[in-house]
Design a protein around this ligand. Structure first.
Ligand SMILES: *Cc1c(COP(=O)(O)O)cnc(C)c1O
Length: 383
């Protein structure tokens, strides 16, 4: 089947420092693209080293330019995506902005959703004296929801219409599964770039504000980069036009350059082809898990329909934490663990082959069959 992989050539576009290391966590931190190494060297040596402050003329456009590029892989026409801050800060800005624009209303976040999403919603709600609900009712609300579940990989249904303002978190979706924000009529979204978008550690996240809403929404952080005439240094804050009003302070130029290279790779491969490969990889893992890992106490915690699954598969096992640590130490495999009992296997399609899937099952089976995880220290910090 590898020979049929139309994306096989992309495997060679990444730095693989140690070929014996089996990397199964590309949905937590994507691998380093070779192009990013060259680009960062250029930005550091030429743009910063030689250009110095003069380079701001080009750098200042980067959050919008890179935002538009991110938009191209999540179905957003130009002018609606800004690459900035972290997902957490972007969610905070969007929740406040939505409440200001649409009036006080309940907030909705699932207790199973990603921690930062819950913390942001709960913090904003507490400050404003608003209720937080675990699921939406008929009452118009502000909903924060992940498109791809960080634990199970399940892809959520995007309803064609809704009485709510929904802020979609695309962190585990972007660059892995088809996202059509404009076509779906999505109003607001945010997500990170260091997972399937390959932006690297600490790379800036992004936010999406549909054109129709931009005039109405204001960022709760009034910063000089969101100011209409930034270098007029005026007395009063007047938000600039468009999504750029969600800027706060000076953008992280090195991180933006890395995001640009990562997302270029995704755009070149094409999200539809990436998702097609994700389905091949995850289906193979599910089949092998049923056949060879189920007898060792594993069960598949991800959806069985590949069309309803992102690019990772979670395997439930009572000793998942010990197994994940032992895989790193004894089998040179790097999976992820998600409490309380999930071994999460990320199969980021551009940097993972079908042979990697087979090898993952070989190593997990070998470890657990010999009891290599028994007695492994599970105290201390969970990564
Ligand atoms: C990874 C991830 C984030 C990351 O948040 P940051 O503030 O960018 O660190 C947020 N939400 C979800 C659902 C994630 O998977």
């Amino acid at each position: 089947m590898s020979a049929d992989d139309p994306l096989e050539a992309f495997l060679d576009r990444f730095v693989v420092a140690d070929p014996s290391l089996l990397y199964l966590d590309g949905n937590s931190l994507g691998r380093l693209p070779k192009a990013t190494v060259d680009r960062l060297r250029e930005v550091v040596e030429v743009e910063w080293g030689d250009g110095l402050v003069r380079s701001w003329e080009a750098w200042v456009e980067a959050p919008v330019r890179v935002g538009d590029l991110v938009g191209s892989v999540i179905g957003a026409a130009p002018g609606q995506v800004l690459c900035c801050d972290s997902t957490t800060v972007n969610l905070y800005k969007l929740v406040h902005a939505a409440l200001d624009a649409f009036g006080p209303r309940p907030l909705v976040v699932s207790p199973d959703d990603f921690p930062t999403d819950r913390y942001v919603v709960e913090g904003v709600a507490a400050r404003r004296g608003l209720p937080v609900r675990p699921e939406a009712t008929d009452e118009p609300s502000i909903v924060v929801r992940s498109l791809v579940d960080y634990r199970t990989g399940e892809i959520a249904e995007v309803p064609p219409s809704s009485p709510h303002v929904v802020i979609w978190d695309l962190s585990h979706a972007a660059g892995a599964v088809p996202v059509h924000l404009d076509d779906w009529g999505v109003q607001l979204a945010a997500g990170c770039t260091y997972k399937h978008l390959l932006g690297g550690p600490g790379a800036p996240a992004y936010l999406y504000v549909a054109t129709s809403l931009q005039e109405r929404l204001r960022s709760p952080i009034q910063g000089w980069f969101g100011q209409r005439d930034q270098f007029g240094m005026g007395a009063a804050y007047v938000p600039t036009e468009g999504v750029e009003r969600f800027h706060a302070g000076t953008p992280p130029v090195l991180g933006l350059a890395a995001v640009e290279e990562g997302v270029r790779l995704v755009a070149e491969a094409g999200v539809d082809r990436i998702f097609a490969k994700a389905q091949v990889l995850t289906s193979r893992l599910v089949a092998l898990a049923d056949e060879r890992l189920a007898p060792l106490g594993f069960s598949v915690a991800s959806p069985r329909d590949p069309a309803r699954r992102g690019a990772h598969v979670s395997l439930r096992h009572p000793d998942a934490l010990a197994i994940s640590r032992a895989l790193v130490d004894q089998e040179r495999a790097v999976p992820d663990f998600r409490a309380p009992d999930l071994l999460r296997i990320g199969l980021s399609p551009l940097s993972t082959s079908l042979a990697d899937v087979e090898e993952a099952v070989v190593r997990i089976e070998r470890l657990v069959a010999r009891g290599g995880h028994v007695g492994v220290d599970v105290s201390g910090r969970v990564r």
